[in-house]
Design a protein around this ligand. Structure first.
Ligand SMILES: CSCCC(=O)C(=O)COP(=O)(O)O
Ligand SMILES: [Mg+2]
Length: 244
C-alpha cells in the first residue's frame, strides 16, 4: 500500500479516534489492560449496588448469554475473554473506564500519544479548528487520558468527548449523525481521523470527511481503506479552516 505524502482537507471540526490513531494499541492493550484485568472482580464486588455496575452486569449477561443469576466469576470470565480478543463491548468499556479513571486519579497510570499527535493537535487547536473525540473507550476514561498525557493536560484542546453510550456504535452512521448534531456542525465540515475500516465506512456514509490512519505496527495497518485518503502520521495531514 502506498500512502499519499500529504492529505489536505477543509473542515471546521476534527474528531479523533484514540487507539491506533492518536495512541498505540500496544499501550492500551498492554499497560491499561494489565491495570484493569485484576481489578475487575474487586470493582464488581465493591460497587455492586451502584446503578452503573448493575447496568453493566445486565449487559454482560445479555450480550454473552449468561444466566440472569450469573456469578461475579462468570461475569469476570466473559470480561477477561473480551479483553483477550479486544472486543470493544460497551459494558467492558464502562467498567474498564471506571477502573482507569481511578488509576489516573491515583497517578498509577498515564496515557500514550504518538510523537506526531500532540504537536498536531495543538497546532489544529491554535488554528481555530474544533477538536473532539469519538472512541470506544468510555468518556470516563477519555477525559483523564487527555488530562494525564506525557506532555501535560491536553483537555483545554478538546471541545467534546463521545463514546458508544453517548453516541452509539462506531460502525453505525447514525452515531456520526448524533455527534454532528451535538456539535452543531454540518456533516461535511467534520473530518474524522480513524484507523478502523468499518468506522471509515460509517462516518463516510454519514457524510463526514474521513482520513484513515495506517500506522506501522498497529492492528489495522494492512486494512483496505479503498479510495479514502490514508496517512501514517498526523504530520502528513493538512487541515484548513472552513468558515460556516
Ligand atoms: C481512553 S483510553 C482506552 C481506550 C479504549 O479502551 C479503546 O478501546 C479505544 O478504542 P478506539 O479505537 O475506539 O479509540
Ligand atoms: Mg481505533
Amino acid at each position: 500500500m502506498t500512502n499519499a505524502p500529504q492529505v489536505s482537507v477543509s473542515a471546521q471540526t476534527i474528531v479523533v479516534d484514540l487507539e491506533g490513531t492518536t495512541s498505540a494499541a500496544g499501550f492500551i492493550l498492554g499497560d491499561l489492560y494489565d491495570y484493569a484485568r485484576p481489578r475487575l472482580a474487586p470493582y464488581l464486588a465493591e460497587h455492586a449496588a451502584e446503578e452503573l455496575t448493575i447496568e453493566a452486569r445486565a449487559q454482560v449477561v445479555a450480550d454473552a448469554g449468561l444466566p440472569v443469576d450469573a456469578t461475579d466469576a462468570q461475569i469476570v470470565a466473559v470480561l477477561h475473554d473480551w479483553m483477550a480478543n479486544d472486543v470493544k463491548a460497551t459494558p467492558l468499556k464502562t467498567l474498564q473506564g471506571q477502573i482507569w479513571a481511578d488509576g489516573f486519579a491515583r497517578g498509577e497510570i498515564s496515557s500514550h500519544f504518538f510523537d506526531d499527535a500532540i504537536p498536531q493537535l495543538r497546532a489544529w487547536h491554535a488554528a481555530g479548528l474544533g477538536l473532539s473525540v469519538f472512541s470506544s473507550g468510555s468518556v470516563a476514561s477519555q477525559v483523564p487520558w487527555f488530562r494525564h498525557s506525557p506532555e501535560g493536560d491536553l483537555t483545554p484542546l478538546i471541545t467534546a468527548y463521545f463514546d458508544t453510550v453517548s453516541a452509539g456504535s462506531k460502525k453505525d452512521p447514525a452515531s456520526y449523525d448524533a455527534i454532528a448534531e451535538a456539535l452543531g456542525v454540518s456533516a461535511g465540515d467534520i473530518v474524522f481521523l480513524t484507523d478502523h475500516p468499518d468506522e471509515v465506512t460509517a462516518a463516510r456514509d454519514a457524510g463526514w470527511q474521513v482520513i484513515a490512519l495506517s500506522r506501522p505496527g498497529e492492528p489495522w495497518f494492512d486494512a483496505d481503506f479503498g479510495d479514502v485518503p490514508t496517512v501514517s502520521s498526523f504530520s502528513d495531514i493538512k487541515i484548513v479552516q472552513a468558515f460556516a
